[in-house]
Design a protein around this ligand. Structure first.
Ligand SMILES: *[C@@H]1O[C@H](CO)[C@@H](O)[C@H](O)[C@H]1NC(C)=O
Ligand SMILES: *[C@@H]1O[C@H](CO)[C@@H](O)[C@H](O)[C@H]1NC(C)=O
Ligand SMILES: *[C@@H]1O[C@H](CO)[C@@H](O)[C@H](O)[C@H]1NC(C)=O
Ligand SMILES: *[C@@H]1O[C@H](CO)[C@@H](O)[C@H](O)[C@H]1NC(C)=O
Length: 321
């Protein structure tokens, strides 16, 4: 296990395919203590990214209304007890919102009113740190009015059984990127992604009890380019699970318990695969190496394969097994 998989580091692959870290240290921090109605936050200077911390009480509907030009907003280390209708998106320029909850956060329900006015919102990141004693509830209608949402990332929120209800109000046509990490997913229904025809990146990661995938789970994801299933507990894959991923370029399936890899099926179902990570799965390094060689003979675009736990200068099995 690498450290960065334990920490909730927000790094996303954007529409243009670049990886970016959302929050760097030199961003302006706004801390304002107890909030008052009629006293919106103001910034000295023009910023496109702002992080707000240490705020207590009600997030009034006018609080963020003066953040002109701010596109990315992070609210963290807060003690918000209530969010007034439309408050989060009261600045129309905001396209990205990250909302973090901690052990000492107040219980709160994220309903569609919390996201009212968020018609322009494109990216929503919800992070829940380490088993909150007072649960934050994501209401079934929460994502109902987000017609332009293309990225949804939920980390640390218990889902257990991922089914149609879990995602039913998300706009399936606009969504391009979905991350569900540390969500304690154990079971996934076969039809969950059936209507997410435009999805290009899917991360179902760090769900330690997820040991199998239903066949046909991805069959309607013909535009998917990146699939990450790292850090689950996947075991007896038949590899038929991957049928339909005809555009997939990158598959990460490291840190699981997969005992066999089927080069014929992978080559048949993932004809455009360029990058594959299978490190930290039980087969011996030499077995993985043989599989990788066979797969590379069948898939000529496959150029980037990681199969050793700690690839050195030479990616061979000499130091292992
Ligand atoms: C913002 O807060 C973080 C965490 O406290 C700190 O590391 C960072 O240096 C702060 N940035 C500025 C510009 O003050
Ligand atoms: C905000 O709430 C926390 C937890 O209840 C408390 O420790 C802190 O002093 C409060 N801050 C202000 C400015 O009231
Ligand atoms: C912020 O941007 C606006 C519009 O681009 C400009 O009129 C204003 O002078 C800028 N303010 C500062 C403090 O740079
Ligand atoms: C999903 O794929 C299956 C098999 O290709 C097809 O029968 C079904 O109509 C597709 N569903 C949608 C919603 O596109």
């Amino acid at each position: 296990m690498k450290f960065f998989e334990l920490a909730f580091v927000v790094a996303f692959v954007t529409k243009s395919g670049q990886c970016r870290d959302l929050w760097s240290a030199d961003l302006p921090n706004v801390s304002s203590g107890v909030l008052e109605k009629g006293k919106p936050l103001r910034l000295e200077g023009n910023y496109s990214q702002v992080q707000i911390s240490d705020i207590n009480g009600t997030l009034y509907s006018d609080l963020l209304s003066q953040l002109h030009g701010v596109k990315e907003l992070r609210i963290w280390r807060h003690h918000i007890t209530e969010i007034e209708k439309g408050a989060l998106c009261s600045s129309p320029s905001v396209k990205t919102i990250e909302l973090d909850f901690y052990l000492d956060s107040e219980p709160i329900t994220l309903s569609k009113d919390v996201f009212a006015n968020c018609n322009n919102l494109e990216e929503l990141i919800l992070e829940f740190y380490g088993g909150l004693p007072k649960p934050v509830i994501i209401a079934p209608d929460a994502f109902e009015n987000l017609p332009n949402l293309y990225l949804l990332a939920i980390q640390g929120h218990k889902i257990t059984h991922l089914n149609e209800r879990s995602l039913r109000k998300v706009n399936k046509q606009s969504l391009i990127h979905l991350t569900l990490s540390y969500c304690e997913i154990e079971e996934i229904d076969v039809n969950v992604f059936e209507n997410f025809n435009n999805l290009e990146a899917l991360y179902i990661i760090n769900n330690r009890k997820l040991d199998h995938l239903p066949k046909n789970l991805f069959r309607n994801l013909s535009k998917l380019k990146i699939l990450s299933l790292r850090g689950n507990n996947l075991q007896d894959l038949t590899w038929d699970e991957f049928e339909g991923l005809s555009s997939l370029k990158k598959l990460q399936i490291s840190n699981n318990k997969i005992s066999s890899f089927d080069a014929d099926k992978i080559a048949a179902f993932l004809p455009h695969l360029e990058s594959l990570n299978i490190e930290n799965n039980p087969p011996k390094c030499k077995q993985k190496e043989a599989f990788v060689e066979e797969l590379k003979r069948k898939l000529h675009h496959l150029v980037d394969v990681i199969y050793k736990f700690d690839p050195g200068f030479y990616d061979s099995c000499e130091q292992e097994d």
